[in-house]
Ligand binder design. Structure first.
Ligand code: NAD
Ligand code: ZN
Length: 254
């Protein structure tokens, strides 16, 4: 067995509180395009409406032209429709035991961690399947957008509805950040960064904090990222097979 796998397997086996920071790469093996994959569908990153994807999904565009934003939100929904958790999601869920708490801070909006059975998931960028009212407290969970109008309106107050996701230019949900912050204050004894380009400070900071405290950091990503130099263990490989190797490396893991 690979020595690095054995070492991280040993750390995992002993750990009581493990944090997984995850990004689009974790869902890539569920055939959901990563952000780069999604924008590659547009020539020069421009949508056919003549604006970059990020702008179409921006808070300003949503406010001024909600139907335009909905068009591209619906495409995101189409990219996650019917997709199932893969080995990476399943291993993270299987690692939860009465002796070991697993915390997942994800940038993904596809809900696949919960569908795999993970219980503590901080959805930093929200959830595309939750639809909320821009004015009142109305909210609903939908399996797909098929039954929604192109510009859905609130059944209670007729205002525009929106997916409960963080649009470009918006701040992260305060309640989610608070809950994540509390667990960070208690600390972790092992931190993973899996399938994320680590471009946002809120996914970089927990890794830096772990490194400062001498908590082992593991990165799983075929490509190097801004946090790669902080990782004590780096697996330049896909998430699913790597996590499967890790969980198979120690007895009684599941
Ligand atoms: P990203 O698309 O910027 O980067 C994906 C990362 O995953 C890259 O570093 C890539 O090297 C790595 N990767 C690709 N395949 C992998 C695999 N099989 N195993 C492990 N790693 C793999 O994603 P990001 O860093 O999460 O940030 C992009 C933004 O796009 C986020 O804001 C996120 O909310 C959003 N997004 C979400 C989804 C989703 O919900 N599934 C999909 C696309 C984009
Ligand atoms: Zn309403």
């Amino acid at each position: 067995m690979n020595r690095e796998i054995a070492k991280v397997g040993e750390l995992l086996n002993r750990a009581r509180r493990v944090l997984f920071i995850t990004g689009a790469g974790v869902s890539a093996e569920s055939q959901i395009p990563t952000f780069r994959g999604a924008t590659a569908a547009f020539a020069d990153g421009m949508t056919e409406d003549g604006m970059p994807f990020e702008e179409a999904l921006g808070a300003d565009t949503f406010r001024e032209h909600p139907a335009l934003s909905w068009k591209y939100l619906a495409r995101l929904e189409l990219s996650i429709r019917g997709k199932l958790p893969n080995a990476a999601h399943k291993v993270m869920a299987a690692l939860q035991t009465p002796r070991r708490d697993i915390f997942i801070a994800t940038q993904n909006i596809d809900e696949l961690h919960q569908r795999a059975g993970s219980r503590t998931v901080f959805e930093l960028h929200g959830n595309l399947r939750r639809i909320i009212c821009t004015r009142c407290d109305y909210g609903v969970h939908v399996e797909t957008y098929e039954a929604l109008a192109k510009l859905p309106r609130c059944p209670q107050c007729d205002a525009t509805l929106r997916p409960d996701v963080v649009l470009y230019g918006e701040t992260l949900p305060v309640d989610v950040l608070d809950a994540f912050q509390q667990e960070q204050a208690t600390g972790f004894d092992l931190v993973f960064s899996v399938g994320t380009t680590s471009l946002f400070f809120y996914v970089v900071e927990p890794v830096m904090a772990a490194a400062r405290r001498g908590v082992p950091v593991v990165e799983i990503n075929p490509e190097t990222t801004p946090i790669s130099h902080l990782a004590d263990f780096r697996f330049a490989a896909p998430a699913g097979p790597t996590l499967q190797d890790l969980i198979s490396s120690f007895p009684g893991a599941g």
